[in-house]
Write a protein that binds this ligand. Structure first.
Ligand SMILES: NC(=O)c1ccc[n+]([C@@H]2O[C@H](COP(=O)([O-])OP(=O)(O)OC[C@H]3O[C@@H](n4cnc5c(N)ncnc54)[C@H](O)[C@@H]3O)[C@@H](O)[C@H]2O)c1
Length: 360
């Protein structure tokens, strides 16, 4: 926090619908500023596919420096399928930031907001309120840019380390305990892996078991990722916090976003010991960009997560309350019947943003 008590927020709008969902989110944070003791200083910086087209770089050094100095980082979404490096992979500064700042815990909450349709039968009655924690710096993604491809074969190596896994599990148990304390769920934590086949995942599970001994108050479970996928679509209400390797989390967190209405509904945070990036789960949605159709809810709820993280880090209860106020405003808007175009309704970005602002 800077001398004038304002949180300095690095704002990376990115590409495609990124800036479209970022603008209303900043408006909402400005309204929070006017109606609370919190103060923000926003500094915008370039990153993404368009920046690469202009400069040949995914983001300038000044963006990384800004992110390092800021209290938190808000990111829209980056990358465009049509813009690629010579090796045919995409421009992904959001992934580079995870490695650069060691943001090992990817937090992906999936809460079904009352009034939002879920494809799961019974979810409207039973509810869905779970969190996928995706390890975000190693696993199969440790191989990013290092894979070996010849004419006849391709190899990518998965990495699981003790240093990262132990911090990841501590983070996950702490989150389960905080959720239990807030009365939001029953405080359970599920380790999702493939320990029946791969030694790396047996190692992962062993470290989870050790961490569980240090947190006897948290109910734990262990599931193989394939069985877990089936259970998630049959009984998502049985899950609370789930922790898993990077690639498994990449896939399952998109699936859990689908369970709560769609990509536009799902917020996320990439958290390390010192820095954190808050961004919606979705990408740049080139198919709808520039049309005012993007659902800003995931981005708005990511800003609420940012306030909760700042509250925890700085011991500032007011920031947590402001985050909860944003969540309640979003809930009210859906209870009142707003329906994003994303799931067949008539409400675009501006309608949803205006309604949340009014509900605040
Ligand atoms: N964190 C990130 O920055 C991030 C994450 C995922 C993908 N990407 C990039 O985004 C680009 C597109 O990727 P993709 O198509 O696989 O995923 P995507 O999330 O951009 O889109 C998938 C589908 O969901 C819809 N959708 C996504 N967000 C929405 C929203 N807020 N409102 C309404 N509909 C929404 C899109 O219209 C599309 O039909 C790619 O270049 C990819 O690399 C970036």
């Amino acid at each position: 926090m800077s001398a004038n008590n304002a949180f300095h927020i690095a704002v990376l709008p990115g590409d495609g619908i990124g800036p479209e969902v970022m603008d209303p989110t900043l408006e909402i944070l400005r309204k929070i500023e006017k109606t609370s003791d919190l103060k923000f200083r926003f500094t915008e910086a370039p990153a993404g596919a368009n920046h690469y087209l202009e400069t040949g770089k995914s983001m300038p050094e000044s963006t990384v420096r800004l992110c390092d100095e800021a209290d938190a980082i808000l990111l829209g979404a980056c990358g465009l399928p049509s813009v690629r490096y010579p090796d045919n992979t995409e421009i992904m500064p959001q992934v580079e930031l995870r490695f650069h700042f060691d943001l090992y815990a990817g937090v992906r909450p999936a809460r079904l907001i009352p009034g939002v349709p879920s494809p799961i039968v019974g979810a409207d009655q039973r509810g869905i309120d779970l969190v996928v924690i995706r390890e975000s710096t190693e696993g199969l993604f440790a191989s990013m840019g290092k894979g070996i491809v010849t004419d006849t074969e391709a190899r990518e190596t998965l990495v699981i380390t003790r240093k990262t896994s132990e911090r990841l599990f501590e983070f996950s148990f702490r989150l389960a305990e905080r959720r239990k304390a807030r009365g939001r769920a029953n405080g359970g934590l599920t380790c999702v892996d493939k320990a029946n086949v791969f030694k790396a995942f047996a190692f992962f599970r062993e470290m989870f078991n050790d961490a569980a001994k240090r947190h006897p108050d948290v109910k734990t479970d262990r599931l193989y990722v394939d069985a877990c996928s089936a259970m998630l679509v049959k009984r998502p209400w049985d899950f609370d916090v789930m922790v898993m390797e990077n690639m498994f989390g990449d896939i399952l967190s998109d699936m859990t976003a689908g369970l709560i209405g769609g990509m536009g509904m799902a917020p996320s945070a990439d958290v390390g010991d010192h820095h954190a990036v808050f961004q919606p789960c979705h990408g740049t949605a080139p198919d709808i960009m520039g049309q005012g159709k993007a659902n800003p809810t995931g981005m708005i709820l990511s800003a609420a997560m940012m306030l909760d993280w700042l509250a925890d880090k700085h011991g500032l209860e007011g920031a947590a309350e402001a985050g909860e106020r944003i969540e309640r405003a979003v809930d009210k808007v859906y209870a009142d019947g707003i329906k994003p175009m994303e799931f067949g309704g008539g409400n675009g970005t501006a309608d949803i943003a205006k309604a949340v602002l009014e509900a605040l």
